[in-house]
Design a protein around this ligand. Structure first.
Ligand SMILES: Cc1cc2nc3c(=O)[nH]c(=O)nc-3n(C[C@H](O)[C@H](O)[C@H](O)COP(=O)(O)OP(=O)(O)OC[C@H]3O[C@@H](n4cnc5c(N)ncnc54)[C@H](O)[C@@H]3O)c2cc1C
Length: 473
C-alpha cells in the first residue's frame, strides 16, 4: 500500500491520520512541536474553539463525536455586553438543538493523536520540522528542533496539514503553475483568561459565546470545561484605538475600563497578561492548486487559512477530511489508487466551498464587532426568527446553513445573499418584525430561496426534522 506521510499533527493532521489508518494505510506524521501529552506546551493559537455540525460529523466517522462532545460546553447563542454592562441574549438557532460547542484545542488534539496512535498504523515523530520537499522523489527534509540536525525521508505520498504558514505550500509555490494569495488582516488578537469562580463555577453565563461588540473592535469570551473563560480581544494593529496605542499599564487599564467595564473585575491579572501574552495575526490564504501530481496534497489551513469569525476554520478542515475519505471510499481498490485523479477530484469538490467560507468569515467579522448592536441587524434577526418559526422547513438562515448543516459552503453563501434581499424587502418600513407580511414572505421564500436549497434537501433533512418536531409540539 502507498506509504503516506503527513506534515503536522495538529487538529486536521491527527484526524486525517486516524481516517487513513482506519482504511489500512500506514501513516508517518512529522510534528515540529513537542508531544503536548507529555510536555506542558501551549496548544497554539486559540485555547478553545467552537465545534459545530461539520466538525462533529467528521468526528462521528471515526467514532469520536460523543467522546469529544462530553468534554465540550454547549453555547446556545451570543450574549451581548453593552458599554453600560447591559446584557442581551441572541440565540443561534430556533430550537434547543441548534448550538455550537466550546472545546479546548489541547483536549481535542490529544484525543485525536492518541486515538490515531492506538490504531497501530500511525506513528507521530515529534520535534521534527519539515523544511523542504522534493516533489520529484517524495523526499522531505527534516530538521530536529532540539539538535538542529538535518535528515531526509522519502514517501510515496506527502500531505501537508501544517497550518496556514505551511512549509509544503511554500515548497509548491516554487513550482510553475502554483500561486497563492495571503491576505493578512490589519487586526491582531490577544487572549486573556477569566478564572473559574468558587467550586469551578462560571463567572459569566456558561452556555453562551460572550461578545462585547464595539464597532471597529470587539472582545469575546468562550467557556472552558473547568469553569474558566478564554477571552480574545480583536483590535486593529494601528490607529487611534489599536494595539500600538496600548503600551503602558495606564493605557490598557483605561481602555478596558472605558470599553469593557464589566470584564475588568473578572479578567485575571489583566494588565500583566495583556503585556506578556503575544498578539496573534490572522490571514486568509487562498491557493489555486492544492496538489502536485499524485505526490503531494494540502489539506486544512495549509490549503485555505481563514479568519476565525465564523468559527469554521477547524470545522472546514475536518470537512476536508470527510470529503477526502468519501473520495477514498468510492475507489474499488485502495492498493491501486491513482492519487493524481483523486486529488484533482478532491480539489474540485472543495475549492469553491473553502473560498466561500473564507469570504463569509471576513464578512462575519463586521457582523460580530459592529452589526450585532445595530438596529437594522436586530430587525433582520427578529424577522429571521419569525420566518424560521413560521416556515421551519423552508426558511433556513445563512448562519444555520453554515453551522448546523452540511450544505456546501458555496450554497450557504448564495442562499445568504438571497435571504438578505428577502429580509430587506420584508422589513422595509416595519417597526416590529412580528408584523411582517407572511404571505409575501412565503411567496419570496418559495420563489427565491427554495430553488437554491431544494437540491440539498437530503443534507437539510435532519435540521428540518428537528425544527418541525419542535414546532409541532
Ligand atoms: C483566534 C482563533 C480562533 C479560532 N476559533 C475557531 C473556532 O472557534 N472554530 C473553528 O472551527 N476554527 C477556529 N479557528 C481556526 C482553527 O484554529 C484552524 O482552522 C485549525 O487549527 C486548522 O487546523 P490545521 O490542523 O489545519 O492547522 P494547525 O492547527 O495550525 O496545525 C498545524 C500543525 O502542523 C505543525 N507544523 C507546522 N509547520 C510544520 C512543519 N514545517 N513541520 C512539521 N510540523 C509543522 C504545527 O505545529 C501544528 O501542530 C480559530 C483560529 C484562531 C486563530
Amino acid at each position: 500500500m502507498t506509504s503516506v506521510a503527513l506534515v503536522g499533527a495538529g487538529l486536521v493532521g491527527s484526524l486525517l491520520g486516524l481516517m487513513l489508518a482506519k482504511r489500512g494505510f500506514n501513516v508517518e506524521i512529522y510534528e515540529r512541536r513537542p508531544d503536548m501529552r507529555k510536555e506542558k506546551i501551549s496548544a497554539g493559537r486559540s485555547i478553545n474553539l467552537a465545534i459545530s455540525t461539520r466538525g462533529i460529523n467528521a468526528l462521528a466517522l471515526v467514532g469520536l463525536d460523543q467522546e469529544v462532545l462530553s468534554q465540550a460546553i454547549p453555547m446556545r447563542g451570543r450574549m451581548i455586553h453593552s458599554v453600560k454592562s447591559e446584557l442581551s441574549f441572541q440565540p443561534y438557532g430556533t430550537t434547543d438543538s441548534e448550538y455550537i460547542n466550546s472545546i479546548s484545542r489541547a483536549t481535542l488534539n490529544k484525543i485525536l493523536m492518541t486515538r490515531a496512535e492506538e490504531t497501530g498504523r500511525v506513528r507521530i515523530t515529534f520535534n521534527k520540522r519539515v523544511s523542504a520537499m522534493n516533489f520529484a522523489t517524495g523526499a522531505v527534509d527534516l530538521v530536529d528542533e532540539h539538535s538542529g540536525e538535518h535528515s531526509n525521508k522519502t514517501h510515496d505520498l506527502v500531505i501537508g496539514t501544517d497550518g496556514s504558514a505551511s512549509a509544503i505550500r511554500q515548497a509548491m509555490l516554487n513550482l510553475p503553475d502554483h500561486a497563492s494569495t495571503d491576505h493578512v488582516l490589519d487586526y491582531g488578537y490577544k487572549e486573556l483568561t477569566i478564572a473559574p469562580g468558587e467550586s469551578n463555577s462560571f463567572k459569566l453565563e456558561r452556555n453562551a459565546l460572550h461578545i462585547w461588540p464595539r464597532g471597529t473592535f470587539m472582545l469575546i469570551a468562550l467557556p472552558n470545561f473547568e469553569g474558566s473563560f478564554t477571552c480574545t480581544l480583536f483590535l486593529p494593529f494601528e490607529g487611534p484605538l489599536s494595539f500600538e496605542r496600548l503600551r503602558t499599564p495606564e493605557q490598557v487599564a483605561k481602555f478596558f475600563e472605558e470599553q469593557f467595564p464589566d470584564s475588568v473585575p473578572l479578567i485575571d491579572d489583566l494588565i500583566e497578561t495583556f503585556q506578556t501574552n503575544p498578539t496573534g495575526r490572522m490571514v486568509t490564504v487562498k491557493c489555486d492548486r492544492w496538489h502536485v501530481g499524485g505526490r503531494a496534497l494540502l489539506l486544512g489551513d495549509a490549503a485555505h487559512g481563514i479568519v476565525p469569525f465564523f468559527g469554521q476554520g477547524m470545522n472546514c478542515g475536518f470537512e476536508d477530511c470527510t470529503v477526502f475519505s468519501d473520495c477514498l471510499d468510492q475507489l474499488p481498490d485502495l492498493n491501486n489508487v491513482n492519487w493524481e485523479t483523486l486529488f484533482t477530484k478532491f480539489g474540485a469538490l472543495r475549492k469553491t466551498n473553502t473560498d466561500a467560507i473564507a469570504d463569509m468569515a471576513v464578512e462575519n467579522f463586521v457582523e460580530m464587532r459592529d452589526k450585532v448592536a445595530d438596529a437594522r441587524f436586530l430587525m433582520h434577526k427578529a424577522a429571521e426568527k419569525v420566518l424560521q418559526n413560521e416556515f421551519p422547513d423552508k426558511y433556513i438562515s445563512r448562519y444555520s446553513l453554515v453551522t448546523f448543516s452540511n450544505v456546501p459552503y458555496k450554497v450557504a453563501l448564495e442562499a445568504g445573499k438571497v435571504s438578505e434581499a428577502i429580509l430587506d424587502q420584508l422589513c422595509s418600513g416595519l417597526d416590529d418584525a412580528t408584523n411582517l407580511d407572511r404571505s409575501l414572505a412565503l411567496q419570496l421564500i418559495e420563489s427565491k430561496l427554495t430553488p437554491i436549497l431544494a437540491p440539498h434537501a437530503a443534507e437539510l433533512n435532519s435540521l428540518i426534522s428537528r425544527r418541525t418536531s419542535v414546532s409541532s409540539r
